[in-house]
Design a protein. Structure first.
Length: 287
């Protein structure tokens, strides 16, 4: 049976694909995470492709700990570059299409207008460097691939900015939030739906695409909307990025231009506020 392999499927995006895939019974998904398929293990990847007929591989597996990556470069490289190379080579051998997920952190944030797919990447941190190297590997090995860059992913479960804000608001009277880094939050469920529509369409030209929700926000805007929509009263203290010390540097501006994916895939993208509202509704329903 022809299958769609999803790697890293216990992560944020993988879990969302699992959720939305329930409505696409005609597609046969195989969900794996590190325990079932460690993408850094070339023999395991090859054996998996030998024993399953993979037509699409959606790579959600990644080392995503942006700050820890600064001191754990070898492992970030192993997962985000060598692991991707293992998948790309297996996809090439078995004529499968790779849908690889990448990040706005490939950019340096020096632009003042949204980044398009042809703008020059220049990552500022180890995570971004390894993700860009992963993209290059995909482009070198394969002709049949999609690289989907996304930003500021969140959803109702897992560890992400939304969940962190809700946790901090329970424990503290005041939260500190960076106000001068600008980007766009992306509800992982929206991205999962787009990935499934790319697979179902089957005629989308290969290449790099940018996808986030619509609109522009600072982390402060994002936090404010989270508390407003959740009816939580907590004091937010704004901090400049330069005063919020982290191991990794982050781009000050990483808004992405979505014209290409909107025109080619023919989708309407919800605003980040609309999608956040939907996510918080689902969160309340699940609790
Ligand atoms: N999160 C964001 O804000 C964001 C923004 C832009 C782009 N992205 C990109 O979007 C994609 C999905 O991100 P996400 O937020 O869903 O990440 P995530 O929640 O960290 O999930 C990544 C998953 O990959 C697994 N994994 C790690 N090493 C692996 C290996 N060697 N073999 C197989 N699986 C492995 C992880 O397992 P363990 O947890 O057990 O290690 C985890 O389940 C990634 O490519 C990421 O770079 C994310």
């Amino acid at each position: 049976m022809k299958s769609i392999l999803v790697t890293g499927s216990n992560g944020q995006l993988g879990r969302c694909i699992k959720d939305v895939a329930k409505d696409s019974k005609e597609l046969n998904f195989i969900f794996t995470d590190k325990a079932e398929l460690d993408i850094t293990n070339r023999e395991s990847v090859n054996a998996f492709f030998e024993s399953n007929t993979v037509v699409y591989c959606v790579n959600c597996a990644a080392y995503t700990a942006v700050d820890k990556a600064e001191s754990n470069e070898d492992y970030a490289l192993a997962v985000n570059v060598l692991g991707v190379e293992n998948l790309a080579k297996a996809c090439k051998k078995h004529k499968a299409i790779l849908i690889h997920i990448s990040t706005d952190f490939v950019f340096d944030g020096k632009q003042t207008q949204p980044y398009t797919e042809v703008d020059e990447p220049n990552p500022l941190n180890v995570y971004g460097i390894t993700k860009l190297q992963g993209e290059k590997v995909v482009e070198e090995v394969l002709e049949h691939y999609f690289i989907i860059r996304t930003s500021w992913l969140y959803l109702e479960y897992g560890n992400n900015f939304l969940k962190t804000m809700l946790r901090l608001a329970k424990d503290k009277n005041e939260v500190r939030v960076v106000s001068d880094q600008i980007g766009t939050p992306t509800y992982a469920r929206d991205l999962a739906l787009v990935l499934i529509s790319i697979i179902k369409n089957n005629k989308i030209p290969f290449g790099i695409y940018h996808y986030s929700n619509e609109g522009v926000a600072s982390w402060y805007d994002f936090a404010t909307a989270i508390f407003d929509l959740s009816d939580i009263k907590v004091k937010i203290r704004t901090v400049k990025a330069k005063d919020f010390v982290t191991s990794a540097n982050r781009p000050m501006y990483s808004v992405m231009d979505k014209t290409k994916i909107k025109n080619i895939v023919g989708i309407n993208i919800p605003s980040w506020e609309e999608s956040l509202k939907e996510c918080i509704k689902r969160l309340a329903f699940n609790e």
